[in-house]
Design a binder for this molecule. Structure first.
Ligand SMILES: O=C(CO)[C@H](O)[C@H](O)COP(=O)(O)O
Length: 186
């Protein structure tokens, strides 16, 4: 039987995750901000306003941001190009992470995952954002701008950017299996 993870915020507002335990004594601080990290971002019209807000906020947090568009609002534009460009930016920039945004985040995740080396996770709450890094070593987060307030999107992004891959053997093994599949189909 799998044990459940428990997440909570400590008194200073830090998001913590308890892995497979009911005791707070085993809580681990999983987050650490890397202000030197570059963050790639891409969106279609559905997330354009939120992307503009997130870029400003990320810069205020000390991150360097690479904006892959859309650079102007066009209600008829299409998400694949922006998301693929963002994902390619992440792959070509080791140590960076990416954010793709759309109305739901579904198609944006699909587009980003077409790029070899990308593990894009559709994230809808802080625990999922944390697990995307801890268990999946996701390098792109996908957000649905029509599903969240800007404050929620900032929180999901913050948890994602500040959480490190656990490096646990079972998770590394599963990621390696996906990498093997990716390499074999070339
Ligand atoms: O979330 C999305 C894809 O997953 C798109 O942002 C969404 O489909 C755009 O919809 P519309 O063209 O009706 O504004």
């Amino acid at each position: 039987m799998h044990s459940r993870n428990h997440c909570y915020y400590d008194k200073s507002g830090v998001f913590l995750i308890l892995t497979g335990t009911d005791t707070f004594s085993e809580a681990v601080e999983t987050r650490e901000k890397d202000r030197n990290m570059r963050v790639h971002i891409g969106t279609d019209h559905a997330g354009f306003a939120e992307k503009e807000e997130l870029v400003k906020w990320l810069k205020s947090q000390g991150y360097e941001v690479v904006d892959h568009g859309a650079l102007t609002f066009d209600s008829e534009d299409d998400y694949p190009g922006f998301c693929i460009a963002c994902a390619q930016g992440v792959v070509e920039d080791p140590g960076s992470l990416g954010i793709v945004i759309g109305g739901s985040g579904n198609g944006e995740q699909m587009a980003a995952n077409l790029v070899d080396g990308i593990r894009a996770a559709l994230v809808w709450n802080p625990e999922v954002a944390s697990l995307a890094r801890l268990h999946n070593d996701a390098n792109v987060i996908s957000l649905g701008a029509r599903q969240h307030s800007i404050a929620e999107m900032q929180e999901l992004t913050k948890v994602f950017l500040e959480t490190k891959f656990s490096g646990e053997a079972r998770h590394a093994r599963r990621i390696a299996q996906m990498r093997d599949f990716e390499a074999a189909r070339k």
